[in-house]
Write a protein that binds this ligand. Structure first.
Ligand code: ATP
Length: 431
């Protein structure tokens, strides 16, 4: 492609219920402005005035319900309009969820039980690139616009949208998701799995889901408002074999009562047979948008790397991470799920050694850790690590074996909030 040829600012007149789809280049700024009418980007309204910068590499749709003129300024990778969108179906789904929230709130006001006062727990499933994260964003933003504070739960360790990859996390959504800043990061609840792929240790993934669900359950039991608003849960695009098993596990663990299946008839049928018949869980099939951009594995790998970079440098490259040095003896690094098994000699006679997939293993600091991400645990004792959430992340930039010193960058200055660190297979190379 080479250097981007400049493009003059241009206006698009959008008919009601149509959208302008734009792909932003990695290094050419692009901004969008509402000229007349009303329009939204994935559920968040464009302000009536002023330019909105669109983050690099993003792929967006500016959708209008009632018609709008919008202007683009800057070079894009592609841009086109379409009047074929599943938005009416999506907003109808939102309306049904909204009615359930209202019912839950009314039940709570009348002293109803935990079940009656529980709003919808929606889980969005579907193959990769079916638009799951995007639908989650829209459902959350539409709900927040009406004053609800739903909880976003992101179980996608590959392409998650709350924090860096390798995590499962949750965050309350109190206002429509910001077009530039994304999901608010003030109070995310993060559990660290440490790999972008669940098959490395599916048991740990399941245990972490359980821990997150337990914490949310506790929060909900003391907060009728967030209980009534419910959850919107994003999942991974892996829907076969172990991936399918993990979806069933997630539905059960988070007590989902609405399953939205995007773009795959077979998955919908399977889930309907598996869960709807046995319980009052609704399994609903939804069309996928043709606007969803396909991303190959190389692109995904790159995005993961950018997400890590963003954590330290900010989306707009506006943060400066702090470099720090600690002695090996100042920190303890652990790995969850060493896969090691108890030695035969330690077992009763005749017992077969079984690997404990969630076992905590102390890791020696080595040069192998350079370029990897370590999570800083809130745990006070090592045996609390698996059940504790994460304070933040550091990136190892150097390991000096001789002087026993580890150099890292962190988003904030000062001492680490904890000396207990969790190792990962997530790497990022500073360009
Ligand atoms: P994965 O399973 O890989 O996490 P996903 O199913 O969650 O993928 P999304 O992340 O929602 O898919 O969508 C993929 C990409 O397509 C995103 O960059 C998203 O912003 C973009 N996208 C979604 N809908 C549209 C649309 N209507 N027009 C343009 N781009 C879109």
């Amino acid at each position: 492609a080479g250097a981007a040829t400049p493009q003059p600012p241009r206006q698009y007149k959008l008919a009601p219920q149509s959208e302008l789809r734009v792909e932003v280049l990695p290094d050419a700024p692009l901004r969008v402005r509402l000229v007349t009418g009303t329009a939204e980007i994935f559920g968040t309204e464009l302000p009536p005035e002023g330019w909105v910068p669109v983050p690099p590499r993003s792929k967006i749709a500016v959708f209008t319900w009632h018609g709008a003129t919008v202007e683009l300024d800057g070079v894009s990778e592609s841009e086109y309009t379409s009047d074929e969108t599943p938005m009416v179906i999506y907003v109808n789904t939102h309306a049904i969820l909204d009615a359930r929230r209202a019912r839950a709130r009314a039940a709570a006001a009348q002293g109803g039980d935990m079940e009656a006062s529980q709003g919808p727990r929606v889980i969005v499933v579907g193959p990769t690139d079916s638009g799951k994260s995007t639908l989650c964003k829209m459902l959350l933003s539409w709900a927040a616009k009406l004053g609800w504070k739903p909880t976003y739960v992101d179980l996608d360790i590959g392409q998650g949208s709350i924090t860096i990859p390798g995590c499962i996390s949750a965050s309350p959504i109190e206002k429509p998701i910001d077009i530039v800043d994304g999901i608010p990061l003030e109070m995310p609840l993060v559990y660290f799995y440490g790999h972008p792929n669940p098959s490395i240790n599916a048991d740990v993934y399941k245990v972490l889901m359980k821990e997150l669900a337990k914490t949310l359950e506790k929060q909900f039991s003391g907060n009728a408002e967030s209980r009534a608003a419910g959850m919107v849960i994003n999942t991974m695009g892996w829907v076969e074999g172990l991936g399918y098993e993990l979806l069933l596990n997630a539905i059960e663990t988070f007590k989902a009562n609405v399953v939205l299946v995007l773009g795959q008839e077979k998955l919908w049928k399977m889930l309907k047979d598996a869960v709807q018949s046995k319980s009052n869980i609704d399994v609903v099939k939804l069309h996928k948008s043709e606007g969803v951009v396909l991303r190959n594995s190389k692109y995904r790998q790159k995005t993961r790397s950018f997400r890590i970079r963003e954590y330290f440098y900010g989306i707009a490259n506006d943060l400066a991470p702090h470099s720090n040095i600690v002695n090996f003896s100042d920190v303890s690094v652990y790995k969850i799920g060493g896969g090691h098994q108890a030695p035969r000699s330690a077992l009763p006679i005749g017992a077969e050694p079984v690997a404990d997939p969630t076992r905590l293993v102390a890791v020696n600091i080595s040069t192998d850790m350079i370029h990897t991400v370590l999570a800083v645990s809130y745990a006070k004792e090592p045996d609390e690590i698996i059940s504790s959430n994460i304070a933040g992340f550091i990136h190892v930039t150097d390991v000096d074996i001789q002087r026993k010193k580890l150099t890292y960058i962190a988003p904030c200055p000062g001492d680490l909030p904890s000396r207990l660190l969790i190792a990962s297979s997530l790497t990022w190379y500073e360009a």
